[in-house]
Design a protein around this ligand. Structure first.
Ligand code: NAD
Length: 291
C-alpha cells in the first residue's frame, strides 16, 4: 500500500456528540487536536462533558490522572476555523448532518488548510463524493465514519469515493489504527456503509418475523441476545435509538435509492405516526414505566 503521510495536528469540525469524543480519542492517542465549532456554547458543553467523562474513567482506574491531564493539554477548543485549520494535517468534519452546511465547510477548509491535508467527513449518510466537489482536492477527501460513543466503539469505516487516492486511504487507515480503532475499508460508497447495513438487515428480518406472526417482539430479541450473542435485541435497539430516527433514516434512504424495499416497515410507520418513539416517549416496541 502507498505510504501514509504523518498526522501531527488534527482538526475536528463540530463539537456535538461525535466531534467532541473523536477529538478526545485523538488527544488521548497523543495527537495535538483542535475541536472547532461555530457555537461557543456547544464547545463549552463539549469540554465540560469530556472532563466529566474522562474524570470518571480516571476514578474507575481505567486511565491515570497524568494521562488525562496530558490529553487535555493536547486538546484545544476554538470557534475560529481559519486559525485552527492553518496547520492541520488531517481534518475530520463532524458538523450537523446537512449537505449545505458540509459543502460550505469543505469549501472553506480547502481554502485554509495546507495543500497536503486530508479532509474527511464523519457523515453516516452522505458519501464524501457529495462534498469532494466543493474542493479542489477530491483525491484527498473520504469518509472516516466513527460509531457512537466514539470513545468506546472500536470500528471506524473508511469509505473511498471515486477520486480518493491510495495515499489518502493509507493515511486514514494509519490514523484510525493510531487512535486505537479497527478500520473497516469500503472500496466504494454505498448508502448505510457496512455496519449500519448489517444492522438494518437484522432489523428488517426481525420486523418480518414479527409481522408474519412467527414470534413475539420479546422472543425475537431473546433469540438475538441468547442465540447470537448480540448485546441487545433489534427491537430493544430500535427503542433505544428512537423509532423516529429509524423511521427518518429509512425514509432518507428511500429518497436516495427510490427502491420501495427501503421504505420504513408498516409496523414501524404505525408506531411513528402514533408518536411512540421508544424510550424517549415511554413507549415503542416496549413500555417504559420509568419514563
Ligand atoms: P450534533 O448535532 O450533536 O453536533 C453537530 C455540531 O456541529 C453542533 O455542535 C453544531 O453547533 C456544529 N456545527 C453546525 N454547523 C457548523 C459549522 N458550519 N461549523 C462548525 N460546526 C458546526 O451531531 P452529531 O450527532 O455529533 O453528528 C455529527 C456528524 O456525525 C453527522 O454528520 C452524523 O451523520 C455523524 N454521525 C453521527 C452519529 C451519531 O450517532 N450521533 C454516529 C456516526 C456519525
Amino acid at each position: 500500500m502507498t505510504a501514509p503521510h504523518d498526522v501531527n495536528r488534527l482538526l475536528v469540525v463540530g463539537s456535538g456528540a461525535m466531534g467532541s469524543q473523536i477529538g478526545m480519542v485523538a488527544a488521548l492517542a497523543g495527537i495535538d487536536t483542535t475541536i472547532q465549532d461555530v457555537s461557543a456554547e456547544a464547545l463549552e458543553r463539549a469540554e465540560a462533558q469530556l472532563r466529566e467523562r474522562i474524570g470518571s474513567s480516571v476514578a474507575k482506574g481505567r486511565r491515570t490522572q497524568e494521562e488525562a491531564e496530558a490529553a487535555f493539554r493536547r486538546l484545544s477548543f476554538s470557534t475560529d476555523l481559519e486559525a485552527a485549520a492553518a496547520d492541520a494535517d488531517y481534518v475530520i468534519e463532524a458538523a450537523t448532518e446537512r449537505l449545505d452546511i458540509k459543502r460550505q465547510i469543505f469549501e472553506l477548509l480547502d481554502a485554509v488548510t495546507p495543500a497536503h491535508a486530508i479532509l474527511a467527513t464523519n457523515s453516516s449518510t452522505l458519501g464524501s463524493s457529495s462534498v469532494a466537489d466543493a474542493t479542489d482536492r477530491p483525491d484527498r477527501v473520504c469518509n472516516l465514519h466513527f460509531f457512537n460513543p466514539a470513545l468506546v466503539m472500536r470500528a471506524v469505516e473508511i469509505v473511498r469515493n471515486p477520486e480518493t487516492s491510495d495515499k489518502t486511504i493509507a493515511t486514514s487507515v494509519a490514523l484510525a489504527e493510531r487512535l486505537g480503532k479497527r478500520p473497516v475499508l469500503l472500496n466504494r460508497e454505498i448508502p448505510g456503509f457496512v455496519a449500519n447495513r448489517l444492522m438494518g438487515a437484522v432489523r428488517d428480518e426481525a420486523l418480518r418475523l414479527y409481522s408474519d406472526g412467527i414470534a413475539s417482539v420479546e422472543d425475537i430479541d431473546t433469540a438475538a441476545k441468547d442465540a447470537l450473542g448480540y448485546p441487545m435485541g433489534p427491537f430493544e435497539l430500535m427503542d433505544l435509538v428512537g423509532l423516529d430516527v429509524s423511521y427518518l433514516i429509512r425514509q432518507a434512504t428511500y429518497e436516495q435509492t427510490g427502491d420501495p424495499a427501503d421504505l420504513p416497515h408498516p409496523a414501524l410507520v404505525a408506531l411513528y405516526e402514533q408518536g411512540h418513539y421508544g424510550r424517549k416517549t415511554g413507549k415503542g416496541w416496549y413500555e417504559y414505566a420509568d419514563q
